[in-house]
Design a protein around this ligand. Structure first.
Ligand SMILES: [Zn+2]
Length: 1153
């Protein structure tokens, strides 16, 4: 191998490039910004437009001022001898590095030809929107691939010719790189201000005083879509006698919230039986005998409705004796069909006067009694309050067997914890979009009154189970997708064809557009096009369009993307064995780069860089006998010293690459360099992609705080003393705006950054994470990385990260029908205007949460529509549009809103909202605002939908009965209420992770899954029934598994039978179990096999490989484990579920009084 060294003599690039102006998308149309004319799309020049040779880039080679080639130096020489100031020589523009032509041929297997669409599956057509599109009569002619339909040929990939030599144009991006000049240091994208009044227009936001209206949460209502309830009929009726109701009474509230009584371990069997009802009552537990409500505590001010006499309180028994339904049988309320079970759970009382209801509650530090045992006996029976386990189990048994068919508008899908199949009949699958509510209030006033946020959690490239069909790829040829002339919405099932099919009226903006001649089709007698079932865009909720050149940057089809692996080779990285591990792994992993469909090999090119205080680039051109290294030590002005041979095809350069990967660990084996740079590494990757004129991803493996002299240099500013002060927010903010500017440049180029961190101390995740975060990338963190215990986890994460489906250079826009609009966005992306979500990369695990607000009235007849359009470049370099449509109902009765909410999605939104809030507000303010918003949501329900006669009772909407317990989990999470063991980096890391999580991930992250392994049936494939996350549910004779998406704990009780210990751990006693195991030993017995299969199954369900931690009861590590028993009081001061429920009850009553 040779190393070319050269001195960098001058600015490598020519003219500075103007700052990034945001995604130029005249062609992307849409609700364009004022003043921005929508362009007409130019003609598409056929599937393989000729590549326009770009004008030779200015200022790269000739005038570059790059040094001439230096003498090759052996790569094997001590790198330190390559003194600084060696700079790689510039080579001529690449000629061979051009992207290989995508193997033409067939379309990706992922995209089935539409002709495979099963007509028979389309049952109900699309629900009527404005004008009903009825299902054609049975005699509907079946038009398999009818004539003119271009649909069925998801044609081959565009052939991309090798980029012209001139492609290597590098533009100077330095203009955007000045340090410290930027404005705000806070990461939230412009225009998205969190929290305070400003960002949440009309309402004062959830983080504001009560009364302000945000939106309302959702609840997961199951069951048939509610029909609107007759006016005036209270929705939440008190339980009827005989009905299983979720009524419970809260036994007393004791001052100071007594800790849970020592209860004996309750096994899963202690759960209340599920009722057969579709949606079992919230509260398990036997009905209470005729009492209805619990009155407010004596200290409670009058209730508007009916202040229960104090006496009533006394009459309520706390605890166990809950039998009989309680609840004033309001015979006047006829049971609502299909909704009976949806009763709210009313919680009864409190017994005895309760002074001090209010004490210190969550926001207050030190709330809660010390771990020690305070006495008070009276408390709510945990079995009588809504159980997440029960709700999950009920949904599984009620909704897990039937496929979820998306034909009807506003259907609430099964919970994320239920396994179900989806059949797309016109609305996007819940795997792509979930909403906080599937029934939106017609007016802004209603929405504000309820405070239920209206939001959609969108995962545009979600992975589907094998049984479900991937979106079809539609190719309209040179004319591109058919769109509304005004709002640019894409053709979808809700567009209304009129005038015999010659025009169509937009379902989003009502504008009428001519149907292009090539797209014309006759209508049947119901007004539906006769090719309805042949066209995915007319009959399905999700599909893709092949994009024309108008949807490409610079009106040029993109080159296939590139992956660049950038490895920290400083002392720590080398000494820990990390460098060797990565190099070994890459040798085989490069064979698994993402491929499209049935392509033989990946179109993705790869490149390699190593770095410490300087950067080393490698020429791995296939014609070389050995790789060549070029060192760039002038990190202040980063450039790429070679073009030809840096990005290569793996198969063509395999020998050279393998040689390089063998040599890297040896080359740096004796390094003593401890300092690293970071920003220049990203800049180098960015410049390389710019030079190659392609999008791509950087995989950066980094170990320490970048303190070496260079742009983006950081200092250690960690200060735990800031916790619980007004300055705590600074811990989450980047310490310099440099990275925000760099991120902007990366997004403009489609340069996505995935960051793997291996810190042994603080390395400022909040700052290092800015670029990954804003480019749609991922961050992985392995603190105190040790080969023996962490390599499996790291390698599994790396393999998945490299192989997973990802789209590049993506822009997402969400269009809505008149009356609501997208106002706020959460996730890993960048926004340069208020409507376009830009992501240099978007993978199949990333979620974007979108909040909506009213800007006009909605109508019950037409409902509301969302259309999410994602423009992206596939891993083969094909430009595509993925479209997801969803229709929602609208209501004039609050009760309909509360019956069609989904609490899991609501929590996903609230957590993201709160986690963004900590960037700009004190954590306590954020917590208080969350509590306040949820209290308002529940109070609104209580006031408007529940029986007026039960004022003092806690009544929760059926769909939201888990809101308190889940909300409490968010409040006591590490970001909002960290325990002493949680580092600043952990908090920043978790904050970023949660921001991109989907609903299933936030669900298990905030309320972990706890499984009694010793109850598992070794002969079946099923999991043991989960139990609630509370210590009192654990038995010391059992072994449990707890998982939250990041960790798996295996907790072993002190009295577990010796035989079980032997079978699982291969040791003879509890004392011999090692708590440093990172995996369970492989033993040949049924119990060991069963447990390992459970662990494997859980690992397979998560997007990250979870760390396995063995916890022995009464061992030190148990503290860590107990942190995840989220129904209990936490050491950091988090309230127990019971206490929090009492607190919410109090808050609600205050709002109602
Ligand atoms: Zn329109």
């Amino acid at each position: 191998m040779s190393v070319n060294q050269q001195a960098h003599t001058g600015p490598p690039y020519g003219q500075p490039q103007p700052g990034y102006q945001g995604y130029q998308q005249p062609a992307y149309g849409g609700q364009s910004l004022p003043g921005v004319p929508r362009s007409q799309y130019g003609a598409y020049n056929g599937p393989m437009p000729e590549y326009q040779q770009p004008v030779p880039p200015q200022g790269y080679f000739p005038s570059l001022g790059f040094p001439s080639k230096g003498s090759p130096v052996s790569l094997n020489s001590d790198s330190s001898s390559l003194a600084p100031n060696f700079i790689g020589s510039l080579r001529a523009p690449p000629t061979s590095g051009a992207p290989p032509p995508a193997s033409g041929a067939s379309h990706p297997s992922g995209h089935l030809a539409y002709s495979q669409f099963e007509h028979g599956d389309v049952q109900n057509g699309i629900p009527a929107s404005a004008a009903p599109m009825q299902r054609p009569p049975a005699s509907q002619p079946f038009l398999p691939g009818s004539g003119s339909t271009p649909v069925s040929q998801p044609s081959a990939f565009q052939q991309y010719g090798p980029p012209p030599a001139s492609v290597q144009q590098l533009s100077n991006h330095m203009a955007g790189m000045t340090i410290g000049t930027a404005t705000a240091s806070a990461p939230p994208p412009a225009g998205l201000g969190y929290g305070p009044p400003t960002s949440v227009p009309p309402v004062s936001g959830s983080f504001s005083p009560p009364g302000s209206g945000l939106y309302t949460p959702y609840s997961a209502t199951q069951g048939p879509p509610p029909t609107s309830v007759p006016q005036g009929l209270p929705v939440a009726q008190p339980p009827f006698p005989g009905q299983t109701v979720s009524t419970q009474r809260l036994p007393t509230q004791v001052p100071g919230f007594a800790p849970p009584p020592p209860s004996t371990g309750v096994g899963p069997s202690s759960y209340p039986p599920t009722t057969g009802a579709p949606r079992p009552p919230a509260m398990p537990g036997p009905p209470l005998p005729g009492q209805t409500l619990a009155g407010p505590p004596s200290s409670q001010p009058n209730h508007v409705t009916s202040p229960p006499p104090p006496a009533a309180l006394a009459g309520l028994h706390p605890g166990p004796p809950m039998s009989g339904l309680h609840g004033p049988p309001p015979p006047t309320h006829p049971p609502q069909p299909g909704y009976q079970m949806q009763q709210n759970g009313s919680f009864g009382q409190v017994r005895g006067p309760q002074p001090n209801y209010g004490g210190a509650y969550p926001g207050t530090p030190n709330y809660g009694s010390p771990p020690g045992p305070p006495p008070p006996p009276k408390r709510l029976d945990p079995d009588s309050i809504p159980s997440p386990i029960q709700v999950i189990e009920d949904d599984r048994s009620n909704r897990g067997s039937e496929p979820f068919v998306t034909g009807a508008r506003g259907q609430v899908p099964p919970l994320v914890t239920t396994n179900f199949l989806v059949k797309d009949q016109g609305n996007a699958s819940p795997r792509y979009i979930r909403c906080t509510s599937y029934n939106i209030p017609c007016t802004s006033d209603m929405a504000k009154q309820s405070q239920v946020p209206l939001a959609a959690v969108i995962k545009p490239l979600a992975t589907l189970p094998p049984e479900e069909t991937l979106p079809y790829l539609v190719d309209h040829g040179e004319s591109g997708p058919v769109r509304c002339n005004r709002c640019k919405a894409y053709m979808c099932p809700f567009m209304q064809f009129i005038e015999g099919g010659r025009r169509f009226q937009c379902c989003f903006c009502s504008c009428v557009t001519e149907v292009p001649p090539h797209y014309f089709q006759h209508l049947d007698h119901t007004g539906k096009r006769v090719d309805f079932y042949d066209r995915p865009e007319l009959s399905l909720g999700s599909y893709e369009f092949l994009a024309t050149v108008d949807y490409c940057k610079n009106n040029k089809f993109p080159s296939p993307p590139a992956f660049i692996f950038m490895i920290d080779v400083s002392y720590n990285a080398v000494k820990s064995g990390l460098v060797r591990l990565i190099c070994e792994e890459l040798k085989s992993l490069l064979d698994y780069l993402p491929r499209e469909g049935n392509m033989e090999e990946s179109a993705i090119r790869v490149g390699f860089v190593t770095y410490n205080k300087v950067l080393h680039f490698y020429n791995v051109k296939s014609s070389l006998a050995q790789p060549q290294m070029m060192v760039v030590s002038d990190v202040a002005d980063m450039f790429v010293p070679l073009l030809d041979g840096f990005l290569v095809n793996v198969n063509e350069s395999r020998t050279v690459i393998t040689s390089l990967l063998d040599q890297i660990p040896e080359m740096f084996a004796d390094t003593r360099e401890t300092e690293t740079v970071f920003a220049p590494v990203i800049q180098a990757g960015l410049e390389a992609l710019k030079a190659a004129e392609c999008a791509g991803k950087l995989f950066i493996f980094h170990t320490s705080l970048p303190i070496a002299e260079a742009p983006g240099k950081l200092k250690n500013r960690d200060d735990r003393k800031l916790i619980n002060t007004d300055k705590e927010k600074t811990l989450f903010q980047p310490q310099t705006s440099f990275y925000n500017n760099l991120a902007k440049d990366c997004v403009a180029q489609g340069c996505c950054v995935d960051l793997f961190l291996f810190p042994n101390q603080y390395l400022d995740v909040a700052t290092l994470g800015v670029v990954p975060y804003q480019t749609g990338g991922s961050i992985y963190k392995y603190a105190y990385f040790q080969l023996e215990t962490d390599q499996d986890r790291f390698l599994n994460d790396l393999r998945r990260d490299v192989q997973k489906e990802v789209g590049f250079d993506a822009v997402m826009r969400v269009r809505t029908s008149t009356g609501i609009r997208a106002t706020d966005f959460f996730g890993a992306f960048y926004m340069s205007n208020t409507t376009d979500v830009e992501m240099a990369g978007l993978d199949c695990d990333k979620t974007i949460t979108v909040e909506f607000k009213h800007d006009d009235k909605l109508s019950e007849d037409s409902g509301a529509l969302l259309q999410c359009a994602l423009l992206y470049t596939s891993c083969a370099g094909q430009r595509r549009l993925r479209i997801h449509n969803l229709s929602l109902n609208c209501c004039t009765q609050l009760a309909d809103l509360y019956r069609n909410c989904e609490t899991d999605t609501l929590i996903n939104y609230l957590a993201k909202y709160a986690y963004r809030g900590v960037l700009s507000s004190p954590v306590k303010t954020v917590r208080d605002a969350l509590i306040n918003q949820c209290a308002q949501i529940l109070a609104c329900y209580r006031k408007n939908c529940a029986s007026p006669s039960s004022a003092g009772q806690l009544i929760l909407p059926e769909c939201m009965k888990l809101l308190p317990v889940y909300l409490n989990c968010v409040l006591k999470s590490d970001v909002l209420q960290p325990g002493p063991e949680v580092t600043t980096d952990d908090r920043a890391y978790i904050r970023q992770l949660v921001t991109s999580m989907d609903v299933a991930e936030t669900n298990v992250f905030f309320y972990p899954r706890l499984l009694p392994l010793t109850k598992a049936d070794v002969d079946s494939d099923s999991l043991p029934a989960a139990i609630r996350n509370s210590e009192e549910r654990l038995s010391k004779g059992d072994i449990y598994l707890l998982e939250n998406g990041l960790n798996i704990f295996v907790w072993v009780g002190v009295s577990v039978q010796q035989g079980l210990i032997q079978n699982l751990f291969g040791v003879s006693s509890f004392g011999q179990i090692s708590n440093t195991l990172s995996a369970l030993p492989v033993l040949e017995n049924p119990f060991s096999k069963k447990v390992r299969s459970i662990v494997d199954m859980l690992q397979g369900q998560r997007s990250r490989y979870m760390k396995l931690i063995i916890v022995k009861q009464e061992d030190k590590l148990e503290m860590l484990f107990k942190h995840f028993l989220v129904e209990d009081k936490s050491l950091s001061g988090g309230a127990s579920y019971v206490d929090f429920l009492c607190h919410m009850h109090k808050e609600i009553r205050q709002l109602l009084s």
